[in-house]
Design a protein around this ligand. Structure first.
Ligand code: KG4
Ligand code: ZN
Length: 387
């Protein structure tokens, strides 16, 4: 089946053409289970992610009305480009999968409207997809590069546990099987990505802040290593009193007895820290140290909560999805955790950490009984859709 994926929940206009085919049918409780991922092979025909970041940067975040205008302008252009580049006729498309939430409603509607019109023109089913389920399923691809050959999806064994960390969400999800989700814990306020973006802004860094903070934090870690090395080489250690007090930030809700998290207080702590530093005393080194301490704090909280979830819930696979898992330090921390627990870890391949249409198309393809009976007109945008 050739499936067109459409994603417009935030500031990326993403479209893709994904071909899937059945390899074997897996028996589950005596019923044929079309939802088991291992019975599908895939071939990426085309994949476009058009980012609006440069336009939103001057607002310091995503500006919904602008996102809507840009999606409306770009969708038909990118769709045409996708078909032309991949020498595909519109008539070859057999289904369309579109994100219907969660996300910015005006942005979601642009994708839904475009998909509805196309599905009626081509007379193909329209499958609504939950964006967060997309982030879970993004980890099933071996790679995001188009290829002529069919590839197998990674085999994920259930029950699984997923940590979803993005600009709008931070949640720990119990997955009994695909389509059956339970939120075990989540942030009570800001999402992790949002905290990265806000702290970056306070430090005078551009949007999106995640990659910027990560860059500074890595520079600080290398500098720290070099300082340690230098100290080892001198016979008398460099006097500690000469240097200033190290910057410390809290680890919010680290010891709460649940799987919930909070990142808004951490952001406020950075704000107070900055207020206490005279402008003329602010140096690049201090900014790097704040970035490193912030990243360490977030990582420690995410790992601790996931560890607790692993300890208390039956789970055979650990899945981490969402834009924040592009972060090298966080990725390494979870690689360590997974080897400590000898549990297979599923992370999105390069190009699939952020928002993309491939994860939406694959979620659509894995939906049991493509809802051909569902009228595209009943598909609506749900800004707060949960799993
Ligand atoms: O999943 P995503 O692309 O969009 C949403 O669904 O929200 O996530 C975007 C978030 C942004 O907040 C961005 O700052 C963050 O992911 N992000 C990162 C990194 N790259 C992107 N956060 C930390 N480190 C990174 N390297
Ligand atoms: Zn996302």
């Amino acid at each position: 089946m050739i499936i067109l994926g459409i994603e417009t929940s935030c500031d990326e206009t993403a479209l893709c053409l994904l071909e899937t085919r059945q390899t074997k049918t897996v028996e589950n409780d005596g019923h044929k289970n079309a939802m088991t991922e291992s019975n599908l092979e895939y071939r990426i025909l085309g994949n476009i992610v058009h980012s609006q970041i440069d336009l939103h940067r001057e607002y310091g975040g995503v500006f919904p009305a602008l996102a809507k205008r840009e999606h409306i302008k770009n969708l038909p252009i990118l769709y045409k480009k996708l078909l032309e580049k991949n020498k595909t006729e519109a008539s070859q498309i057999q289904a369309i999968a579109v994100t219907h939430g969660p996300g910015l409603e005006p942005a979601l509607w642009t994708g839904i409207d475009f998909a509805r019109e196309l599905s009626s023109k081509l007379s193909v089913p329209l499958i609504p997809v939950n964006h967060m389920e997309g982030h879970i399923i993004s980890t099933f691809f071996e790679s995001s590069t188009p290829s002529a050959k069919f590839k197998e999806l990674k085999t994920v064994t259930f029950p699984a546990l997923a940590l979803l960390i993005s600009g709008g969400h931070t949640e720990i999800v119990g997955i009994e099987k695909l389509g059956s989700y339970e939120i075990l814990g989540q942030t009570k306020d800001d999402a992790v990505g949002e905290a990265f973006d806000k702290v970056a802004r306070m430090l005078g860094l551009p949007y999106p802040g995640g990659p910027e903070i990560s860059r500074l934090a890595e520079e600080e870690r290398s500098a720290q290593e070099m300082r340690k090395e230098k100290n080892r080489r001198v016979i008398a250690p460099i006097s500690k009193t000469a240097s200033r007090k190290p910057i410390t930030l809290p680890r919010p809700m680290l010891h709460s007895k649940d799987l919930n998290m909070s990142f808004s207080g951490l952001k406020t702590s950075v704000l107070y820290l900055l207020k206490n530093i005279e402008k003329e005393n602010m140096t690049e080194d201090i900014r790097k140290e704040i970035a490193r301490e912030f990243e360490d704090s977030v990582t420690e909280v995410l790992v601790k909560k996931t560890r607790e979830a692993l300890e208390n819930h039956e789970c055979k696979s650990l899945i981490i999805g969402g834009g924040v898992i592009a972060n090298t330090h966080i990725r390494q921390a979870f690689e360590k955790l997974s080897s400590e627990y000898s549990i297979p870890l599923y992370l999105p391949a390069k190009g699939l950490t952020g928002d993309n249409a491939l994860m939406i198309a694959l979620s659509g393809a894995l939906t049991p009984d493509v809802p051909s009976a569902q009228s595209p007109l009943n598909i609506k945008a749900h800004g707060n859709l949960s799993l």
